[in-house]
Structure formats: C-alpha cells, structure tokens
Design a binder for this molecule. Structure first.
Ligand code: 13P
Length: 261
C-alpha cells in the first residue's frame, strides 16, 4: 500500500553542488567511504560535480556507495555546448538529480524540460531524483499545494508505470535550502503526502508503492533523526552537510530509524 511504514528502502543522497573538484572529491570520499560503506539498509548516493564523477567512481566502484550526477541533458549527443549526456553518465552513475530548484531558478529549467530529462533517464537506465518545491511566497500565499501539483504533473508525466520503483522524488522547499531553516517534520510529511496522492492519481497505487520521496533543505546531523523517525519521509537529499562527515551521521540516522520501525 502506498505510504506504508517501512515498506521502502530509505535513500540518502549528497548533492555537493558546485564543490569539490576531482582531487578534493577523491580525498573527501576516501575519508568518509569506510564509514558510509558500513551503514546497512539504506541506499547511499553521492552526487559530485560532473567533472569529479570519474575520480569518485575510481573509489566507489568497488563499494556499496552509489554515484549520482547533479544534472544532465536529455539528448544522447550533439551540438549542446557544455551539456552532459545520459550515455556519458551510464556506467559511472546510478542516479541523476533533475530539476533541482537551483537549475529551475538560475538556469531556466521548466517542468517540460525536466520531464524530458526524466524520460531520457529512464530510457538510459539512470534513476532520476526529481526535485520539486515551493518558494516562500507560495507557502505564505497558501499556494504550496497548487505549485507542487503543477510541478509533479508537469515533471513526472508519462513515465513508465512498470518502472516507478526506480523513481525518487525530492521534496525541497526552496525557503529551506541553504537557509538553516529546515521544514518541520510535519510540514515535510504533509507535502510528501500530497506528492504521493498525486502520483497515485497519475499511475495508480500499485505502481507507485515503490517510489521513494525524500526531504531536502537544511538537513543536518542534528535534525536527521527526527526527519527519519516517522512515516512518509523515505530519505534525504543533503546539500551543505554532505560536504562533511556529517553526511555519515545523517545516513546512519535513516538506517537506525528504519531498524526501529
Ligand atoms: P542544503 O542541505 O544545503 O540546504 O541544500 C539542500 C539541497 O538543495 C539539496 O539538493
């Protein structure tokens, strides 16, 4: 049943954003990898900048830790200066973050483009982590549900219903990103419940039971245990705290919460 407690394997992903070139990526991963590897019961994903993915892969390939990209273009190849293709990521990455609010706000990505990218990820065997989230103005104007609904319908249209267990959705309220002001656990659960209901409506409950919905936005070593404790929050998409060993602590919190269920 959709939303069933403990039915889904949690996934904790670190979005490094524009931090750590190849050498730094290698050094940082070498430092945290043994502890990260030792954590059972949770999918652990690290998302370096694209130029550092190969250096990271040299370390993670023999480990249980998976890699994700932070973005990609939907086409396989061609005259798309500066873009990265799904074919280039395949073999290095299991996951790809798509439609992060920074891509939407700073680089003009629309739901329509994010949807094309998500379809391309499925077509190329990459698991998309599709981000949605409202601005503070939206929340203050009671528009959260409307904004999230448009993003989910637009970004997650026409996906292969029989493979939705490969889909991860990240609920990242924009006002919580990089602000130190995380959503309350209840606010996060309320919006995630809306997202799950929309997915059920689009694809049917049987198809969506395996979709994992993460929370992202100022997740820290201090608040991870509370976010992880209850139902509905299937993991975290971590920005700033994924650049330090706090990422291990956060991942462990989700593993322990899973065990406690
Ligand atoms: P912070 O954890 O730094 O708030 O960033 C969240 C985020 O945007 C992850 O994708």
């Amino acid at each position: 049943m959709s939303g069933m407690v403990g039915a889904r394997r949690p996934i904790v992903a670190g979005n490094w954003k524009m931090n750590y070139g190849p050498t730094e990526a290698h050094d940082f991963l070498a430092r945290i990898l043994p502890d990260l590897e030792a954590i059972a019961g949770v999918d652990r994903v690290v998302c370096p900048p694209s130029i550092s993915i190969a250096a990271a892969h040299a370390l993670t390939s023999a480990s249980g830790v998976m890699l994700g990209a932070q973005n990609m273009y939907d086409a396989e190849k061609g005259a798309f200066t500066g873009e990265i293709s799904p074919l280039m990521l395949r073999g290095l990455c299991d996951y790809v973050i798509l439609g992060h609010s920074e891509r939407r706000a700073l680089f003009g990505e629309t739901d329509e483009l994010v949807n094309r990218k998500a379809l391309s990820a499925f077509a190329h065997g990459l698991r998309p982590i599709v981000c949605v989230g409202e601005r503070l103005e939206d929340r203050d104007a009671n528009l959260t549900e409307r904004v999230i609904t448009a993003q989910v319908r637009g970004s997650l249209a026409n996906l292969p219903a029989d493979r939705l267990n490969e889909l991860v959705v990240a609920y990242e309220p924009i006002w919580a990103i990089g602000t130190g002001r995380a959503a309350t656990t209840q606010d996060a659960r309320d919006v995630i419940a809306i997202i799950r209901a929309l997915l059920d409506e689009l694809y049917g409950e049987a198809a969506t039971a395996g979709v994992r919905v993460q929370y992202g936005g100022s997740v820290t070593a201090a608040n991870a245990a509370e976010l992880a404790a209850g139902p509905l929050i299937d993991g975290a998409l971590v920005g700033g705290a994924s650049l330090t060993a706090d990422f291990v602590t956060i991942t462990r919190a989700f593993a322990e919460a899973k065990q406690a269920r």
